[in-house]
Design a binder for this molecule. Structure first.
Ligand code: UT7
Length: 332
């Protein structure tokens, strides 16, 4: 019997209209466009400003577009997994709210929290459901409203993050396409370098946690940078090796968009040219779980059937990993 694999049969993305530029940030904190561009590669980011809107609104825009593009009846979707660290609420899951807003009345759904590796964790998890043969249509969403936990008086973090998200449709295939391999890793000892200190069970929200700014994202940038550079490159090279791929065999690297220098270091270790790397960090910044599907969405029309694509991410937790996908359709 031929092995069933999970195939990506559609991708869609969405970002809010409001653009927060480096020039605007120069007026808000002690920073410069030159510093931000040199150290991160980010020029602008999108912010979801409308009151009362949350991550599920980003996810719902993405899923609506995906259903339309893939000509899918919402009732045919069986499972939706949403990767996010900025859920609408502590519970219920944002995935449930996205499903409700998009009419997925026959699906079950849940969230995955793996910070910037969230999308690849969710994609790998979803692929296993398809591989069992029981599931025929699964949607994987990566969506974030990072602006909800950014301190816009802290220059070390407010220049980095943005809001947005994307999603893919997974369906079964028995040919050579789809998700062919994955390497995923966790190192929980890294949690002290990048996290949200307050609001969880260790430090429930109180006047004190709010006054101390403990609901904002806390990041020791240099520490995270060191781990990210090494680990993202290691897994990307490892997945190439164990699938007998040389650099010429890789058509596209889709890296998490945290820092241009991390992206360049990963590409260099893999021996691939910059024009083989999907990079949109300059326009969206770091949208955490949103970066990889946003890249796939923007590059979809350049993708060709049979392209070898490596997705790579590193994030808080620490979490990191790499997925090898053989693309199954020509972009329009
Ligand atoms: O997404 C998942 C995981 N996250 C990452 O992968 C992020 C990894 N880390 C990074 O990308 C970088 O560490 C940052 C972009 C966050 C920071 O860049 P850096 O080159 O590591 O800068 P730094 O934190 O070492 O700071 C260097 C200097 C400091 O000043 P002093 O102490 O040398 O006087 C900072 O105070 O730059 C200062 N600085 C700034 N200056 C102007 C920090 N932020 C800013 C700023 N504008 N926005």
């Amino acid at each position: 019997m031929q092995r069933i694999k999970a195939n990506i049969t559609g991708v869609h993305g969405w970002v809010p209209d409001f653009v927060l530029t480096n020039e605007e940030l120069e007026k808000m904190v002690d920073t410069t466009n030159e510093w931000i561009m040199t150290r991160t590669g980010i020029k602008e980011r999108r912010i979801l400003r409308e009151p009362g809107k949350g991550t599920s609104d980003i996810g719902a825009e993405v899923v609506k577009g995906l259903l339309e593009k893939t000509n899918t009846d919402p009732k045919d979707v069986e499972l939706l997994i949403c990767a996010t660290v900025t859920p609408d609420y502590a519970f219920p899951a944002t995935a449930n709210i996205i499903s409700d807003k998009t009419g997925l009345s026959n699906a079950w759904s849940y969230d995955i929290n793996a910070a910037c590796s969230g999308f690849i964790y969710a994609l790998d998890t979803a692929s296993k459901f398809i591989e069992t043969g029981q599931y025929k249509k699964v949607i994987v969403v990566g969506a974030e409203k990072m602006s909800m936990m950014v301190d816009y008086t802290d220059r070390a973090t407010c220049v980095i993050f943005g809001d947005g998200g994307g999603a893919v449709m997974l369906e079964p295939t028995t040919d050579e396409y789809g998700i062919r391999d994955s390497i995923l890793r966790t190192d929980g000892s890294g949690r002290i370098h990048l996290y949200q200190k307050g609001g969880g069970s260790v430090k429930p929200a109180s006047f004190r946690t709010v006054a101390a700014g403990e609901h904002f994202v806390y990041q020791e940038g240099q520490q995270v940078f060191k781990f990210a550079v090494t680990n993202m490159a290691d897994v990307s090279v490892e997945i190439m090796k164990r699938n007998n791929m040389e650099s010429d065999d890789v058509n596209w690297l889709v890296p998490h968009q945290a820092n241009m220098r991390i992206i360049e270091a990963t590409a260099k270790r893999m021996g691939i040219r910059k024009d083989q790397v999907m990079i949109n960090i300059q326009r969206y910044g770091n949208t955490t779980s949103g970066t990889i599907p946003l890249c796939l969405w923007e590059w979809e029309d350049q993708l060709k059937k049979g392209d070898n694509i490596i997705l790579s991410a590193f994030g808080g937790g620490f979490t990191w990993g790499s997925i090898y996908v053989k693309w199954s359709y020509d972009g329009q």
